[in-house]
Each structure stands twice: as C-alpha cells, then as structure tokens.
Design a protein around this ligand. Structure first.
Ligand SMILES: [Zn+2]
Length: 758
C-alpha cells in the first residue's frame, strides 16, 4: 500500500533519537521518552523487574485460578477477588480496595432443548469428562447457557441459518424460508461475528429462539487433533458466552453511562437497549448433529457469496423449516447481583496524579484456562514483581493502578462500571490503559495499540526475550509474516504496521478508549485453540497445549510490566502523534475508496494510489438523484497539518531529551498536554445512535469488529450525507484542535531550548 511504501509510519522520535545516540557507547540504549541518563537507569530497573516473574510461580497461580469454575457473580469468583486483594496487600501493592457494583443479573435456573419431531432427542447440554483431565469431572461445571438470554418456552420448526449474519437470512428468504416464530440454528464463526450480533439479527428477523453451535469445521476435528490429543474442541465442547447487546452500550444494562454503585438511578428493564429479547442456547456439535441430520428442505449451498454453508459434520446440511420441530425452555434469574472489582496501586514517587492503568478480568465461563486465567496468572506475577521493586525502593515516578475486573464475559461490566464511576478523574489523570484478557493460548504475539502508542510498543518488544531465544520483536515479526501469508494479505511486515492499530470491542479496554478517551494497549499470545469458553478450557489444556512450561505467561508478565514502567517513568510521555496522523490518513483513504466519496484533486496527489478520485456519480443514491459528494479534502489537509505538528513535536522532544536538561515544570506541561490529546477525540454526543461510544476515530461494529471513524463511516455506508457532513466537520475540528495543542507543546519545548542555549 502506498502509505507504507512512503514510510509515513516512521516513528520519528525513534529516528531522531537514534541519530543522536549514535556516538554513545554501544551499551547505551535509547528509549522513547527518556533522556540518556534516565534511559540507562530505566534499563537497570527493567532488568531487575524482568528477573522476578518465574514460570513455576505462573503455573502455581494459574492452578489456583483454574481450580474451580468462577463465573461472574459466583461465590468462587468473589473468593478469588478476596484472594487477589490479600496477595496484593502482602506483595506491597498499595490502597487495595474491593469495589462493589450491583448489576442486572443473568444466571440460568433451567435450560432444556428437545427435538420433538420427526424423532425425539433430548439435548445433553453437558460436556462429558475427558480421559486424563481430572477437572473435566468437576460437578460444578455448568450446563449450556447464554448470558443475557431471555426466558421463555417455545415449540417450533427449526431452520439452519448458517452463521446467523444478515446476508444468511437473505438466502433463506430467496429460498422461501421464513424464520418468524421459528427457532434458528446457527454456527459460530465462518465468518466470525459476535454471538450477540447473531442474536440481535435473529431477533430482528422475528425468530423465537437462537441455538448457536460449534461446527467441527471451525474449531473441531476438521482443524486437527482434539482435546485430550490436541488443542481443538472435542465432540461435547460448548462455547458458552453472553449475547448482550453491548455494542449499543456495555456494562450494567440498567445504568447506561453511569456506575451501578449503591443508590444509583436505574432505568426500567423495558428501556434497556442492551438486553436481548430472544432466547438463546449454545450447543456442542454432539447436540447439533441429530437436529441437522433430520432436517428437510433445500440443500445448504457450498458457495453463497463466498461462504460454504456445509459444515464439518459427515452429513448433508439442509436449510430445514418444516420437518424438525424443537422445544426450547429457558428460565433465567435476573435478580440484581454484586460484581466485585479489585483495585490497587503503587503510588508514584514524583507524579502521583498521573496514572498508568492495568487490568485483566477475573470471571470465566468455567475454569477459564486461557480466558481469562492465563491473563490473571500473568497479572499476579507482574504485580508481585512491581511490589518487590517498590519494596526495594524502586517506586515508579507515576502511579500504576491495577484492576481485576468482574463480569467482563457478561457485558464488559466491571470495567465499564469502574470506568464510568471514575471517568472524570481518569480524564484528568490517566496516561494509558493496558489490557490483558487471555494472556496465552500459544506462542504467537499480538499487540494492539492506539496509533500514538504503537511505536513504543514495537520498541519495547525489542528488549524482551521470546522463549525461542529471539527477541520478542523478531518472533512477533516472524509470526505476523506467517499469518499474513496464511490470510493472503500482501502487506509486508514492517515496524510501522507490526502493531495492530485497529481496535474494536470485546474486552475491557472498551470503556477506557471509547467512553473515557484514554489511549489503550492490548497484549496477547495465541495459537490453535478450540476449547474457548468451554469446560475444557482449563489447567490440563494449558499444560498440554497452550503453554506447557508457562514461558509465554512469564513473558507476558515481563512485557506488561516493562510497558507500564516505561509509561510510568518516561521524562516525556512516548506518544507519537505523527504516527497517529498517518494512521488517520489511512482510515480516511479507505473510506474514500467508497464510490460515493471524493477527496479532491490535491488530496489524490497527496495520497498516491491509496485513493482514487471519483466523479460524483449519479447512480450512487438509491433515489437516482445526483449524489452529493462528500468532499474530504479539507480533512486530509487537516491531517497533514496534524502530522506536521506531530513531527515538529517529535523533533523538539528528541532534542530536549538528548540535551538532558528538561525543566520539570516544562515536562509537566508537555505531558499534560499530551494526555489531553486523546480526550480531544471524544464527541460528548457520541456516534450517531450510540451516544455512549464517544471516540470519533475508534469504534466497533455490532459484530465487535473494529470500525474506524465510526460516525463518519456509518453515515457514508448509509449514504446519509447530512450526517456524514456533520461527522466530517466534527473530525476536522478535533484535528484542528489537536494540531494547535501539539503546536503549542512544540513551541513550549523550543522556547526552553533557546533559553538553555543562551
Ligand atoms: Zn476474556
């Protein structure tokens, strides 16, 4: 792509800083945002820090967290909250508190599924024990259920609706199959969409219930050996999960936008947009197979808009609609229940009111071997190491806040309530949030960052050692290259595109990015993993397939902590706004590929081959009238200005850092300005139709997929030009605001530079 060839992603601060330290001894290492002296000191701290986490301790912690099922709201999950709090207090983490949120509950009282015609079959809705895995015999493993399912009872015909995405219902309609009042059977993934989106789609189509099963083609025997012989999902594995419409608003459905603390106002259930009105159940393929095998109707297509509706089971998949009738009965307990967030911190020695926030969710569908207890184990080793350094007198300059979230699996609930409760304080004090959900299901690293933090993430990966013996950076590049080849992506792996800067939803970073306006990072190692959200995602699986030896867990603790320490100790915060600008330009250029958007002649020259000039096309609008072209050339020039300002700031910051003489008051002013920048991407009104989601650059589709420039993109997709123009204006004025913010910061740095030269 043009952007990459032109090297616009070059992290300028790195370039300048490297140029400056060239003459230093080989042992000296530069770090973004650090003077040479503080970089040397930082490296010492990091080396001490990295030596503390151990694979044996990771394994011990992982075993504690995975010893029993610990779903949100359960006694065991609450016990684990107290365990974390006790550990943190013992380890030297300060101000440890457990915060309580009383939220709309969603727990199964009764679930059943029977096929009543043409033959009788009662679904097991259970996972049978696996030889060699003692935890799979645990009697407290839940049966199949979907978080936030509606309660009810229905006997109705069953229809196979492939992945349950809107285009799948189009095919059914073409075949004369109506799903109104019927039960739809859909599979997970292929292509991936969040199960809550499948539920909403079925609800909109008028279906009475949705059954979502795991087809072996996507996570079972068609992919490879299944548990206990391999990492893929066995016959009985059930992917539980919530269907909450948290793409509308996450968190407690009854307190949208404010915290569910005692005494908080609550809206009536009927007004809660994130509570589904459809019944839902997840199924193993063991339970789905008899239903599919008895279906009548047309054969499911092998190629409909590029999708193969035939799955991995040795049967002919049919669309159904008449012959198979099922009886679904679900009773949910929706009484209010408490969720508990554990919060602790290490108070900063110099800048206690600047916060680096770290978080992982604690609640699991069952044992949570990967999701999330691998991340919880990594967190516990990371906090033990931070506590130890603190006790040895190495207190970070800024405050590090660490949180164990609850109810992530239900609707990102604990983090959302906490973020809403402290939004005002976070908007003043927060530097960044680093999320680790699942830490490890294999050796392949994936790092996500808002574009301004991508360069520091890539830089940090160079200073960590992968279990393969290479640097994490090298290992990351190699696995990314392999993945791009496998996905037939032509983009060459470079530093500038290594970190994923497209951030959707689906984990606890959401409230911080989209509601509070904080820069976020997300870290994960992954690999073949077919037991997600099932009872087989446990200690056995991790020790046999995910991370035998716990070396990636350990690396995660090191990486997470080193990133936190760099943000906490930097002289000047390591944001790269020129890189942010280049990313925003790419987002705009992608939008401009749409036939209905023009960029203007000057813009086309600037953006090279990435965007084509389009004539306003008379057939673009459904009405057939002349389409009002959306001219984004003004935005592109505002991006150019923002990029130029970012480069100037990078240069003046690198010069100031190299001179080693930054007045602390000036550094303070620069850092606070930099912290404001992300907040300026918020539109208080939110994106059209979803007021909770306030970030104008980052959003998520209903499927959870990333959605850049969400307000503008959705308006363009709907060809709603009035809204598109409004959204473009909002983007433009945010760009202008941040350009002048960054210019002011450069001017401040320059004025000190000239005064010290005298
Ligand atoms: Zn998770």
């Amino acid at each position: 792509m043009g952007l990459l060839k032109r090297g616009l992603f070059c992290p300028h601060l790195v370039c300048v800083a490297l140029a400056i330290v060239v003459s230093l001894p080989a042992s000296a290492q530069s770090i973004l945002g650090f003077t040479p002296a503080s970089a040397a000191h930082q490296i010492e701290i990091e080396n001490k820090f990295k030596a503390i986490p151990s694979p044996a301790e990771e394994q011990r912690q992982h075993h504690i967290f995975t010893s029993e099922p610990h779903v949100a709201g359960s006694a065991r999950n609450n016990e684990l909250a107290r365990y974390i709090a006790d550990q943190w207090r013992n380890e030297g983490i300060e101000d440890v508190v457990i915060r309580r949120y009383d939220v709309y509950g969603s727990n199964p009282k009764f679930t059943s599924l029977e096929m009543v015609a043409p033959v009788h079959y009662r679904a097991l809705l259970r996972e049978l024990p696996i030889p060699g895995d003692p935890d799979s015999k645990n009697r407290s493993i839940s049966s199949a259920w979907s978080g936030m399912s509606a309660s009810g009872e229905i006997t109705a015909p069953l229809v196979y609706a492939h992945s349950g995405n809107p285009e799948d219902y189009e095919l059914l309609r073409k075949q004369g199959i109506d799903v109104k009042g019927k039960v739809v059977l859909v599979r997970y993934s292929n292509p991936y969409s969040y199960r809550g989106f499948k539920a909403l789609t079925a609800e909109r189509e008028g279906a009475a219930a949705i059954l979502i099963y795991s087809d072996p083609a996507e996570d079972g025997f068609k992919r490879g050996q299944v548990d206990p012989k391999g990492p893929w999902g066995p016959e009985y594995h059930i992917q539980r999960g919530a269907i909450t419409y948290d793409f509308m608003v996450p968190g407690d459905p009854l307190t949208p936008g404010w915290a569910s603390i005692p005494g908080a106002k609550r809206i009536p259930v009927e007004q809660a947009v994130s509570i589904p009105k459809i019944m839902a159940l997840p199924l193993s393929w063991h339970d789905a197979k008899p239903l599919l095998a008895n279906m009548d109707g047309p054969l499911a297509p092998t190629d409909w808009q590029g999708q193969d509706w035939q799955g991995g089971l040795p049967i002919k998949y049919r669309l159904g609609g008449n012959r198979v009738r099922v009886h679904v009965k679900i009773e949910m307990d929706t009484s209010t229940q408490p969720y508990y967030v554990v919060e602790g911190r290490i108070r900063g020695s110099e800048l206690p009111d600047e916060w680096i926030v770290l978080g992982n969710h604690r609640d699991a569908w069952v044992f949570g071997g990967v999701d999330p207890s691998s991340g919880t184990a990594s967190m516990m080793e990371m906090t033990r190491a931070l506590g130890k350094l603190n006790r040895q007198g190495m207190r970070p300059r800024r405050t590090i806040v660490v949180c164990s979230w609850d109810g992530e699996e239900v609707g990102l609930t604990g983090s959302t309530e906490w973020g809403e409760q402290f939004a005002d304080e976070l908007r003043k004090k927060a530097v960044a949030y680093i999320n680790v959900d699942s830490s490890t299901s294999g050796p392949n690293f994936h790092g996500q960052a808002v574009a301004s933090l991508a360069p520091m993430l890539v830089e940090t990966s160079r200073s960590l050692k992968d279990p393969s013996g290479k640097s994490l950076y090298e290992a990351w590049k190699e696995s990314t290259a392999r993945e791009r080849v496998a996905a037939k992506q032509s983009e060459e792996v470079q530093d500038s595109n290594l970190a994923d800067t497209r951030i959707g939803s689906g984990s606890d970073h959401t409230v911080f990015l989209n509601f509070v306006g904080m820069p976020v990072l997300g870290l994960q190692f992954d690999g073949p993993y077919g037991v997600y959200h099932s009872a087989y995602d446990d200690y056995f699986w991790m020790n046999h397939f995910g991370d035998p030896g716990y070396r990636y867990h350990t690396l995660m603790s090191q990486l997470w902590g080193v990133l936190a320490l760099r943000l906490a100790n930097a002289d000047l915060l390591p944001f790269d706004f020129a890189n942010y600008a280049a990313n925003i330009r790419q987002f705009v250029n992608e939008l401009a590929k749409s036939d209905t958007v023009i960029l203007g002649e000057a813009a086309v020259q600037r953006s090279g081959t990435a965007a084509q000039s389009k004539d306003p096309c008379p057939t673009c609008e459904p009405s057939g009238s002349a389409a009002p072209p959306l001219d984004l050339s003004g935005i592109l020039s505002a991006i150019d200005d923002f990029e130029a300002a970012g480069k100037r700031l990078d240069e003046s910051a690198a010069r100031a850092l190299a001179s080693s003489a930054i007045d602390p008051k000036l550094a303070d002013a620069i850092n606070h300005g930099e912290m404001e920048l992300e907040r300026n991407w918020l539109n208080p009104d939110g994106i059209p139709g979803r007021p909770w989601f306030k970030h104008i650059l980052y959003g998520a589709r209903f499927t959870y997929a990333h959605l850049e420039l969400p307000g503008l993109t959705e308006a363009v997709e709907k060809q709603d030009w009035a809204t598109a123009k409004q959204q473009a204006e909002i983007l433009r004025s945010a760009l202008d605001k941040n350009t002048s913010l960054v210019n002011n910061l450069s001017a401040k740095l320059k004025s000190q530079g000239s005064s010290t030269e005298k």
